[in-house]
Design a protein around this ligand. Structure first.
Ligand code: ATP
Length: 752
């Protein structure tokens, strides 16, 4: 049995064909379960009765249109009376005729590369095989026989072999159809690679017409050959002129009854078929659906579809949208991915719909948009641009799969995202969605399809959002689903109302030298680790590793590291405690250190912090202090501009990785300092420190016994951007010099 050219209808012999379940009309699942689309099982289709369309028989089909034994007469010329298009009464052959034999030739032809009968590509997507059926190209001369040409051809063939093509079956001067070395022809192993070799064997170009592959390229036998070749690549493109076609010249016919029934199965009514001038093309007992592409009613191109969903198109015709006349002057238009979807839209009441002629690309191109004349894949858009110019709302109702979404993106790039909308196809089950308009029509009906279009949403524009994009997040925030919406407690009651730690925020900590900034941040990290298991990346340039370890361990073990005067009578931590503490250190902190003498740049620090977030799940980053970073800046940049830019980077990092950043910055030299806490605006470098941070804290301690207890530490919360997390105010903590711990003042004396 010929593969793809199994007839859609065989006028007098369809019973054997239709009774074969594998070749039934039902290439898509029957929707009969839902009781809307068809009332009969296709597997019952051994008699013609099932083929009766659910729509009433066309007016032209009278009772007498039945054969005596088998029901409707097939392919009657009088089936349809199109009002707007001329239908020939007797198909005739003309000069440009698209030879039906070629159209329906089997892929298993024993002479697939003949100039006379090139077989059509058996595409399984929407790819055009525009040149597959064309007569020998007009620009060809007889292949030259001279030596140079044969040498060229030899070299060329070698190059093609290297690319994985079977060059043995390449004949110069014509299109050859091979197995594509990239996709191997997909599941059906079709010969989807169309390879053209110039007459002189000097060059070749190829393209795989499987939509999912689309591999294309060209090569020359001699790379820099300046010798003009007959049938060269440039000629090839130039000489592709558009053909004039008519219904007669293509020998199109009104749809036969079986095809009307086939459409009825898909809930496409005869009325819709008639209005869209859907026809058929017959060759012997083989028939394909012919979708006529028209502009102002005039036939411009024609696309064919066979039972196995193979598509092919008239060669050398202009690429335009299917249904183009339906969007003329319309401000709202719908673009779909296939002719069936265009027809389905009409059933849902939308005539202002067109289908792309070529289906979808496998993925979105990463390249810049090519200029109009080079945008070959989307030529139809440019050919129809005057129809699209007026549209203020373009609904992209392409398929829900990856190529469909890639097509939507490619269209939106060209049409302007701001006037594009997109649809969400309804769910089929827990996991899958319906794929396209025709599926929705078949399974859920026209009302649901209408709803889908009415509920189209604005096509997303990168960087432009609506709050509704964030409703889930807002709901979670409202319900405090995560539990840290108010920020995490620092562990000190005195600070609970003032400062809580929110993931993704930036806290600038300042204070005069020796005020205890680093000590307080260390104590805060210990608390956050103890209460919430947070881990941290530390970029503490001033600290020696061993000293920093000592300070952290003292806070963790709550014992001095040494037996030294600062510990008073308190015993140092034991070796076991040290061992346990070391384990804790390695599980909790990740050190960012510049191992040579150079100063680290902020970008370097943030890159490593990112690695620590991704690799170890750290939730906090400490950069202590700012002035130990490398701050080289271009001469044209002021310090203020530099600080602003640097803090932007830090904030982006914090937000993007939901990591809290504590950034220690020193105040500038205070000339008439009288011992009070400095101001955030006193930070050396720029007012941007206070302007850009989420939280601003000044750590201060009293050094005058006359003025109050000298172990008291003042935590001045000078800025809190997020009122949910705190407010401006001062908290007083008590510093334990022995262990480096900070405690609430009213903590029981024993603990202090
Ligand atoms: N309230 C306090 N009472 C007594 N000593 C304190 C107090 N706070 C911190 N110290 C001590 O002061 C010294 C410096 O502390 P720390 O390094 O935290 O200060 P800093 O503000 O970060 O200093 P710098 O700005 O110089 O880096 C440490 O030896 C620490 O033990």
């Amino acid at each position: 049995m010929p593969l793809i050219r199994q007839c859609l209808c065989r006028p007098l012999q369809y019973t054997p064909f239709l009774s074969s379940s594998s070749s039934s009309f039902s290439s898509t699942p029957s929707p009969r379960r839902l009781g809307r689309a068809c009332s009969r099982s296709l597997s019952n289709a051994t008699t013609l009765s099932f083929l009766k369309p659910k729509v009433p028989p066309p007016p032209g089909l009278q009772k007498g249109g039945h054969t005596k034994s088998q029901g409707w007469v097939m392919g009657s010329k009088n089936l349809f009376k199109f009002t707007s298009f001329e239908i020939p009464s007797v198909p005739s052959s003309h000069g440009h005729l698209f030879h039906i034999r070629r159209l329906l030739f089997s892929v298993h032809s024993s002479k697939p590369f003949s100039n006379i009968q090139p077989f059509p590509l058996n595409t399984n997507g929407f790819s055009s095989i525009s040149h597959a059926n064309i007569p020998p190209p007009v620009y060809m001369e007889n292949p030259t026989e001279n030596g140079l040409d044969s040498v060229q051809l030899k070299i060329l063939k070698q190059k093609l072999e290297e690319l994985g093509m079977d060059s043995e079956i390449c004949v110069p001067g014509q299109y050859n159809h091979l197995l594509c070395p990239m996709c191997n022809g997909g599941g059906s192993e079709e010969r989807s690679l169309s390879l053209f070799v110039t007459n002189d064997g000097g060059a070749a170009l190829w393209m795989c017409f499987r939509a999912k592959c689309g591999w294309k390229g060209s090569t020359r036998a001699i790379a820099d050959s300046s010798r003009p070749s007959s049938g060269s690549l440039s000629q090839l493109t130039r000489l592709k002129s558009k053909r004039e076609i008519t219904v007669e010249s293509l020998q199109l016919e009104p749809l036969c009854n079986e095809l009307v029934a086939y459409f009825a199965e898909r809930l496409i009514s005869w009325k819709t078929l008639q209005r869209n001038a859907v026809m058929q093309k017959k060759s012997g007992d083989q028939i394909a659906i012919a979708f006529t592409y028209r502009r102002n009613g005039k036939l411009v191109s024609c696309k064919y579809r066979d039972i196995s969903k193979n598509f092919w198109q008239e060669a050398d015709t202009e690429k335009i949208f299917y249904g183009l006349d339906d969007i003329k002057g319309k401000s709202d238009i719908i673009i779909v991915e296939g002719e069936m979807d265009k027809l389905a839209m009409e059933e849902a009441g939308f005539r202002n719909c067109v289908s792309v002629p070529d289906g979808a690309p496998p993925s979105v191109s990463t390249k810049e948009l090519p200029p109009e004349e080079k945008d070959t894949k989307y030529q139809y858009l440019w050919n129809c641009k005057e129809y699209l110019q007026e549209a203020s709302r373009i609904i992209l109702a392409t398929d829900g799969d990856q190529p469909g979404q890639a097509l939507a993106e490619e269209l939106a790039r060209r049409l302007g995202r701001e006037r594009c909308w997109r649809v969400t196809w309804p769910k089929k089950n827990e996991v899958d969605h319906f794929k396209d308009a025709n599926e929705v029509l078949m399974y859920l009906g026209s009302d649901v399809l209408k709803e889908v279009i009415e509920n189209a949403e604005l096509y997303p524009i990168r960087g432009l959002f609506n709050f509704n994009n964030y409703f889930d997040e807002i709901d979670a925030y409202y319900h405090r689903t995560h539990g840290y919406e108010f920020g995490l407690s620092t562990g000190w009651r005195a600070l609970n109302g003032l400062y809580n730690v929110v993931a993704g925020e930036l806290t600038i900590v300042t204070g005069v030298p020796n005020s205890g900034k680093s000590e307080w941040i260390d104590a805060l990290m210990c608390n956050l680790n103890e209460s919430f298991g947070w881990k941290f990346a530390l970029c503490s340039m001033e600290n020696k590793v061993r000293e920093h370890a000592r300070k952290l361990l003292e806070k963790h073990v709550k014992k001095p590291f040494f037996n030294a005067s600062y510990g008073g009578s308190v015993e140092r931590m034991t070796v076991e405690e040290l061992e346990q503490g070391k384990q804790w250190l390695s599980n909790t902190f990740y050190l960012i250190r510049c191992e040579n003498d150079s100063l680290p740049s902020i970008t370097w620090v943030l890159d490593l912090a990112k690695a620590a977030v991704l690799r170890h799940g750290v939730r906090g980053l400490v950069i202590d202090p700012y002035n130990e970073l490398d701050h080289q800046r271009p001469t044209s940049q002021t310090e203020t501009e530099y600080v602003s830019q640097m803090l932007t980077k830090v904030k982006r990092f914090a937000q993007h990785h939901a990591c809290h950043v504590w950034f220690v910055a020193h105040p500038r030299q205070l000339h008439h300092w009288v011992g009070g806490p400095p101001n955030m605006y006193d930070i050396s470098g720029s007012a941007h420190f206070i302007n850009k941070c989420d939280n601003g804290i000044v750590v201060h301690r009293n050094r005058d016994p006359e003025a109050g207890p000298i172990d008291q530490v003042q935590i001045c919360v000078r800025k809190v951007r997020n009122k949910v997390a705190g407010t401006i105010g001062d908290a007083f903590l008590c510093y334990n010099r022995v262990t480096g711990e900070f405690m609430d003042i009213d903590e029981p004396t024993g603990k202090r």
